[in-house]
Design a protein around this ligand. Structure first.
Ligand code: AMP
Length: 446
């Protein structure tokens, strides 16, 4: 019996060891699909750079306490964290999201505000895996720390929305809500707690428990049994402090500014008073980008909101923040469903076919690569026909042929692989090949 898999005996009586597979809920990304990820990340980076955001690269793990500050009643923290005690005896956790780490970095480095940053990378949550829900998944997001301005909320919402549109996605809707300020949110939470307590018998068991500790989270329940009760629950918009409270920062007024800002940018949205998001520190604006390209609970492509209190909870001077996180894996599912953002594997330019033993291919490919020309070759002394097949499959534009005739003539054969017709091979002198290829490839790279 192997340590890592069960032994099996096949039909021939041979022992077969079950191969090791990746853990449940995680997946490998193989070439050429990796190209899609790179294209996504490059597009996101360019988009954020253009808006004056800077890239943030954060550790994959933090001290557990960083994430506990997100709120111990949130499922991400209470149930789904990959936490472990390291060899120094410190309790650590793989990051389940980036906002807490970004807030930790903001405190640690005291940058000038507003601190406008973006990131992308893997996150880890020990959830029940299903389509669109994984244990390792990737997010791309932005955060702005240090100012609270309703127009900044609009900027952030608009950036996420326009970025998704720039991928070609069209079947999407934007949902927004306001949770009010800390007092409004607390008053609403209290009202909800009472409401759910009255209807506790009808709630699912899981939601009944959540209702006691974090009633707002029940609104997020996807369980069928809870849906009618949620639909009839009081609306948080009725709890927003209004202008009559004579506060200039009245939540209802702030929310109206956000809505008006979105209208000015001609971004359609739906107000969804049941939209509450995971983080305990969300106040005022909350939003979500929802795909209408596929059914099911996993149709949120991303979301975010305004928060206050998180930086303070992590030991810093209180600073508000606003941000979003987009789920890249899920965005690709939506792209596939809409038939957009198909990846474009960046092929090589040249394929070297060597039928005189392979040494010339070794030297030639090295020389071309050092000259900045992308190229590949076949291995294992294969026939001309087999190598030409590989050349076609490689996506290369041109093949260079090295045979005994060419060698005798001090030349390299050159064939255009893009033409369907049989095109006669042209011979190019061996010592001019690099310059000649540069010339022929140049117009395509312009
Ligand atoms: P959250 O940080 O929970 O607000 O999630 C933001 C976005 O990340 C969601 O809208 C999803 O698109 C994506 N996401 C969250 N959890 C997962 C997961 N387990 N697997 C794949 N994508 C996820």
């Amino acid at each position: 019996m192997s340590r890592n898999g069960e032994d099996r005996v096949n039909q021939n009586g041979e022992n077969r060891v079950n191969p090791i597979r990746s853990p449940r809920g995680v997946h490998d990304i193989l070439p050429p699909e990796t190209a899609r990820w790179r294209q996504f990340e490059a597009a996101f980076a360019a988009f954020c750079d253009r808006a004056g955001y800077g890239e943030l690269r954060l550790p994959m793990f933090e001290e557990l306490g960083v994430f506990l500050r997100l709120g111990q009643d949130t499922e991400v923290v209470s149930k789904e964290m990959y936490d472990f005690v390291d060899k120094d005896g410190k309790h650590m956790a793989l990051r389940p999201e980036m906002t807490a780490s970004a807030a930790r970095a903001f405190i640690q480095h005291s940058p000038t505000v507003p601190w406008k940053v973006y990131y992308h990378g893997p996150q880890f949550r020990c959830e029940r895996p299903q389509a669109g829900r994984y244990r390792q998944f990737s997010q791309a997001g932005i955060e702005v720390f240090g100012v609270s301005d309703p127009y900044l909320d609009v900027e952030v919402i608009a950036l996420g929305w326009e970025f998704l549109k720039s991928l070609g996605l069209a079947k999407m809707s934007l949902h927004i809500n306001s949770l009010g300020d800390t007092d409004d949110r607390a008053a609403y939470g209290e009202q909800l707690r009472n409401y759910f307590a009255e209807r506790a018998d009808e709630l699912s068991e899981a939601s009944r428990k959540t209702a006691e500790t974090n009633p707002l989270r029940v609104l997020d329940s996807k369980r069928e049994q809870d849906q009618d009760i949620i639909a009839e629950a009081p609306s948080c918009l009725d709890f927003l402090s209004d202008a009559a409270s004579e506060r200039s920062d009245a939540a209802s007024k702030r929310f109206e500014v956000v809505c008006e800002g979105l209208r000015q940018l001609e971004i359609d949205f739906q107000i969804n008073p049941k939209l509450v998001r995971g983080l305990d520190y969300y106040t005022h604006t909350a939003f979500e980008y929802v795909s209408e390209a596929f059914e099911g609970a996993q149709n949120a492509l991303g979301g975010g909101g305004h928060y206050s209190g998180l930086v303070e909870a992590l030991g810093g001077k209180d600073s508000p923040g606003v941000g979003f996180a987009l789920g890249i894996d899920r965005i690709f599912l939506a792209c596939d469903s809409e038939g957009v953002f198909a990846f474009d594997p960046s092929g090589i330019d040249i394929f070297v076919v060597d039928i005189v033993g392979g040494q010339e291919a070794l030297v030639l490919t090295h020389q071309l690569r050092m000259a900045g020309i992308s190229c590949d070759r076949a291995w294992g002394n294969r026939s001309m026909k087999a190598q030409m097949k590989l050349a076609d499959r490689s996506g290369a534009e041109f093949a260079l042929i090295v045979g005994s005739d060419e060698q005798e003539a001090g030349a390299v054969g050159f064939r255009d692989l893009r033409s369907d017709q049989f095109v006669k091979q042209e011979n190019i002198p061996r010592d001019e090949i690099v310059d000649e290829l540069r010339k022929r490839l140049a117009p395509q790279t312009q």
